[in-house]
Design a protein around this ligand. Structure first.
Ligand code: ATP
Ligand code: MG
Ligand code: MG
Length: 554
């Protein structure tokens, strides 16, 4: 396993366990099921599940489903799938914020009884106006001094469905003069006549995130509640809720919120709102489009989970803003796939080669290692024959001085086979090079014989398998999509060449029965994975995961 970079969250946890503050670490991963998970969520998954693994703790997989309007089963299914795929193991600790609706309601009644919450008939606009801002003081709305008994009665009627949406809200009674706006009597509950995917029509009032989240954490005895930096200003409210909830939380000490920076990646977008637009407006082929930074997209593209884990580790956990180039993620794919992927040869743009001194009809099996550094993976069998194909751009009619591949009169090694010399170039009716006529040198078999500088990949006609290959590139052509557009429109920066679908590619025989998802290094080209949806044994479809080297923009 790669060494895990140290981070400040780990140090806090280490201290808390060493001092005996907590007997066991308890974390949670709490996505809202309103979209697919992306690489930013992967950071949170690796952090929460990774820390629990490291310190023999446990992690709750909690669906944060407090908003009944935005959630869909499709999202829930994909979230669980993606977390599992990334190695997150929650055992039997799959929960929903909605599991706690009854307790949250009971706690709210107690807050009212304790004079810490009141039912307000002010509209949201009025609440906003009365709350003031940094420059202006807050004013109490007329209902702030409503007697507890009256608030309790109204709150019960809110719950019973007596009121239309917007008629009343429940607000915490904290501090209207607080410098932190979140403490100026935040709304805890609002009326929503909506059917909830989990609780159906049992409720017509729903708790706000800032109320539901700390209570869910407390009821699960979460020790360290990790979230992103924009919640820093909400921490006093988080603490207020867990301190004032009655009955008191089952855990002592109370959960502690710790904020870490959000991940941003250049040349892509990580906001669910933008991802939803890309999918719903058809700019991509679906949530699992290989160009998207969604976990499903990365998986379909051919990223192994280990590449994403490496990326999460390498980019670290801190409080500084993280703007990471996509190249960092691509490097993690290269590194993990170099070790994991078997080798194969494929020719994307085939140019026919006839080896004139190779006997008609003769084939010779040639063994090549599946992986040069992993002999335990065994070998694959190539087949040399009279008609071969090489990559069209591995031949140059008029080579530049540094071109060490094939050209008229020049010699090149066919990888894992023999050296050939180009004797004659045959042009087609369109003027393009149609065929090369070459001779092979028997003394150069599999690296033997003279030193020859150039080496090219190839497939033989007798063993070639037709491939469909999809070359994916960056979805956006600007590091910060939309940032330079006058109206901030991120769609204006879509890269028009983000996919090329090639047909007529040829692969060596071992590619014929590639399992969906199986990854290969196509020698000299890059890493490719059989498509999870469209590839079938016998008719393989490959996605380019990443090129061998970072060539983007060069
Ligand atoms: P979005 O803004 O895209 O809607 P979100 O933060 O609302 O994202 P949640 O479903 O609430 O999405 O996220 C679940 C967890 O993943 C949260 O704990 C959140 O902190 C974390 N998370 C989400 N996006 C990122 C990111 N870009 N970097 C790091 N952590 C993230
Ligand atoms: Mg969100
Ligand atoms: Mg959120």
């Amino acid at each position: 396993d790669a060494p895990i970079a140290t981070n400040f969250v780990r140090n806090i946890i280490k201290d808390d366990l060493a001092s005996g503050k907590h007997a066991q670490l308890v974390t949670r991963f709490p996505p809202e099921p309103n979209g697919f998970l992306h690489i930013g969520h992967a950071k949170s998954i690796c952090l929460n599940f990774g820390l629990a693994d490291e310190f023999a703790g446990i992690t709750y997989m909690r669906l944060d489903d407090t908003n009944p309007l935005k959630e869909e089963q499709l999202y829930v299914d994909s979230i669980l799938d993606d977390v599992r795929w990334l190695g997150g193991d929650w055992g039997d600790r799959l929960t929903h914020a909605s599991d706690y609706f009854a307790q949250m309601y009971e706690i709210a009644e107690h807050l009212i009884e304790d004079g810490k919450a009141y039912v307000d008939s002010a509209s949201l606009e009025m609440i906003r106006e009365y709350r003031g801002n940094y420059a202006t003081a807050a004013r109490p709305t007329p209902d702030r001094e409503r007697p507890a008994a009256e608030s309790l009665e109204l709150f019960r009627r809110m719950r019973a469905g007596d009121f239309a949406e917007g008629k009343y809200v429940l607000r915490a009674k904290i501090d209207l003069s607080a410098a932190n706006m979140n403490m100026r009597d935040p709304v805890l509950y609002r009326v929503r006549h909506a059917t909830h995917p989990q609780t159906g029509d049992a409720w017509c009032i729903y708790p706000m995130y800032d109320y539901a989240h700390p209570i869910s954490d407390a009821l699960e005895s979460i020790t360290h509640s990790l979230c992103t930096l924009e919640f820093q200003d909400h921490r006093p409210l988080y603490d207020w809720v867990v301190h004032n909830m009655r009955p008191a939380p089952p855990c002592d000490p109370l959960p502690r919120q710790i904020e870490v920076s959000r991940l941003n990646i250049h040349f892509t977008v990580l906001s669910k709102r933008k991802l939803i637009r890309l999918v719903e407006e058809g700019h991509v082929r679906g949530w699992d489009d290989p160009r998207l930074p969604t976990i499903a997209g990365l998986r379909r593209r051919g990223y192994p989970p280990a590449a994403i884990q490496l990326f999460c580790d390498r980019t670290g956990i801190s409080k500084e803003d993280k703007n990471i180039d996509l190249a960092v993620l691509e490097d993690c794919a290269r590194e993990t796939l170099d070790a994991a992927a078997g080798r194969a040869m494929a020719v994307l743009d085939p140019l026919k080669v006839v080896v004139t001194n190779w006997p008609e009809g003769k084939t010779e099996p040639l063994d090549a290692p599946v992986h040069p550094k992993r002999p335990e993976l065994g070998s694959r069998t190539l087949s040399m024959s009279r008609v071969l194909f090489i990559e069209r751009d591995d031949f140059a009619l008029e080579p530049s001085p540094k071109f060490f591949r094939l050209s008229p009169g020049a010699e090149v090694r066919l990888r894992n086979a023999y050296a050939i010399r180009c004797d004659e170039v045959v042009h087609g009716a369109d003027g393009r090079v149609a065929e090369l006529r070459c001779t092979y040198d028997e003394s150069t078999k599999q690296g033997a014989g003279r030193k020859i500088k150039g080496i090219v990949h190839w497939v033989s006609e007798t063993a070639a398998v037709p491939l469909t290959v999809r070359l994916w590139d960056r979805l956006f052509s600007k590091p910060a999509p939309g940032a330079e557009q006058p109206d901030g429109d991120f769609l204006a920066d879509l890269n028009p060449g983000s996919v090329k679908e090639l047909s007529g590619c040829l692969g060596e025989a071992s590619l014929r029965d590639a399992r969906p998802g199986e990854q290969f290094q196509f020698e000299r080209l890059g890493y490719y994975a059989a498509d999870l949806v469209d590839s079938k044994p016998g008719s393989p479809v490959f996605n380019r995961v990443v090129t061998l080297r970072d060539t983007w923009g060069k």
